[in-house]
Design a binder for this molecule. Sequence first.
Ligand code: KIV
Length: 288
Amino acid sequence: MSTQNENRRLTAPDIRARKGGEPIVSLTSYHAHTARIVDAYCDLILVGDSLGMVMHGLETTVPVTLEMMILQGQAVMRGSKRALVVVDLPFGSYEASKEQAFASASRILKETGCGAIKIEGGRRLAETVSFLAERGVPVMGHVGLTPQAINTLGSFRAQGRDEMDWGPIEADARAVAEAGAFAIVLEAVAEPLARRITSQVSIPTIGIGASPACDGQILVLEDMLGLSPRVPKFVKRFGSLGPSIEVAVKNYAQEVRARTFPGAEHVYPMRQATIAKLPERGKGPSRA
Ligand code: KIV
């Protein structure tokens, strides 16, 4: 297992240049501690709006706010130093107009120091993508299953499993690429379609439930660590953090109840000189 050892932080153009090359390794992170670990192995860290579901227990990503994204984006920037950090624009912060999108994106870039933003949607957002890209905002697209559209989609289901549904998804991916996005997430897209889109667009595709042929892969960190109770079919659990945390918490509770924690090594003894000066019990001034 090798770690990344270059010091400079990767940029959106660096990721863009990886089209067809070595796979782009990406994970989500919302905290400084996990960002530090992920940063050593990943090219791209996404502060995804999935944080609403993962950190806050929300049913969907729809209620997530710009302030929530900025707070966690700042934490991830503090914890990382090499990966490109991309922060999601949450639902309601970019769809009304390209000007609204620029206002939200510029807040995210200024207040977090991250290197790019991500927005969900295809052809309908092409104009917004070029408006942002022309004004210094690197944009990552996101097509296929777009969770912010859950209220119109009805469920989180895979896209393009019937060939007759391919046309609009391909057109969405092409539109975002041609509008100037530096990369595009393909979420829950039927494998042959994801493969085909990857061969058609000039920018890297980052798959999540898509295809090994994508130019990179991404997963939600808590899902792949085995911390999330329910995960989609496309998640492989690379760890089992949930059971490990439960064992640790159970042991802690037992030790606190048995008064075996804290032990002598976890408390602060008095300094020797101070002990000598302490009055004998019962002879000194009382606190009462
Ligand atoms: O919000 C998120 O975590 C995402 C990934 C699933 C790509 O958008």
